[in-house]
Design a protein. Structure first.
Length: 272
């Protein structure tokens, strides 16, 4: 492995980043890279290093991103390189096997709102070994004294993103449970276009219908809104903040484990 690439990966892991290390472990015949060649695929799709370029590298990159999304363990990828696949490029005719190792890949639950539900969810999510972040613009709510189990962020909403206090990627599960529907809408507007695995918003069906209408009028795309989980959480007739938190975490775990979420949420009818 290239020492400079190893140093870069270690640095990013120390800073809480994640990715997949792709290493050539078998190289037979004429192949673009020798044993030990490495590429680092970040969760945002950017890469460092190369395992040979071309269609093969593109396929491996796509596979790495999918592994991050579903929390896959290490996998091997075999590529048979033929002359026909190398038109316009250097001609290879061999077999390359790539080891894909996810590093630092763990789902993160990002909670917007440190009220009763946000507090309860932060507690059980941390107990379930999830990396958890709680944001609230009120310092008296989002602080290490009140929420000692996980990272807290207290600042104006815009600063949370612009100053890097909160960063989202394909392994981020975002929960919006702020102090009111106006702030919920502001959070959703700020989240449009950002990478995440899940976005759920609290609210009754009446509130949800009104929110969707207002957000569409504000310019939020219907495609983005159709991807929201509203009402948030599985339909278990939850009432207390703790019960609602359990329903939310169960839904997130179901997403991660590949459960049939559509069937589990079917009592909601037309509401996803």
């Amino acid at each position: 492995m290239n020492p400079s690439l190893l140093h870069l990966i270690n640095k990013e892991l120390e800073n809480g980043k994640s990715g997949v290390l792709c290493t050539v472990v078998i190289s037979e015949g004429s192949t673009p890279r020798d044993l030990g060649a490495c590429m680092w695929v970040r969760s945002d799709g950017s890469t460092e290093g190369t395992i040979g370029g071309g269609p093969m590298e593109k396929i491996v990159t796509e596979k790495a991103l999918k592994m991050i999304e579903v929390r896959s363990g290490p996998q091997l990828h075999e590529a048979v390189l033929r002359e026909a696949e190398s038109a316009g490029q250097s001609v290879c005719g061999g077999v390359t096997v790539i080891l894909l190792e996810p590093l630092g890949v763990e789902p993160e639950i990002v909670i917007f709102g440190a009220g009763h539900i946000g507090l309860a969810l932060a507690r059980i999510a941390t107990a379930a070994q999830f990396k958890t972040v709680v944001w609230d613009e009120r310092k008296e709510y989002a602080n290490p004294e009140r929420i000692p189990w996980c990272k807290t962020v207290s600042c104006p909403l815009g600063e949370a993103f612009s100053e890097g206090a909160i960063s989202l990627d394909r392994s981020s599960y975002v929960v919006v449970v702020t102090r009111g529907h106006v702030l919920d809408e502001e959070v959703v507007i700020n989240l449009e276009g950002r990478s995440m695995a899940y976005l759920g918003v609290i609210g009754s069906r009446k509130k949800i219908a009104a929110m969707r209408e207002h957000l569409e009028e504000s310019g939020v795309s219907k495609e983005f809104l159709d991807g929201l989980f509203q009402p948030i959480g599985l339909p278990i007739e939850a009432e207390t903040p703790e019960e609602i938190a359990v329903s939310i975490l169960a839904e997130i775990i179901g997403m991660i484990r590949g459960a049939d979420i559509t069937t589990l949420r079917s009592p909601y009818g037309q509401y996803k």
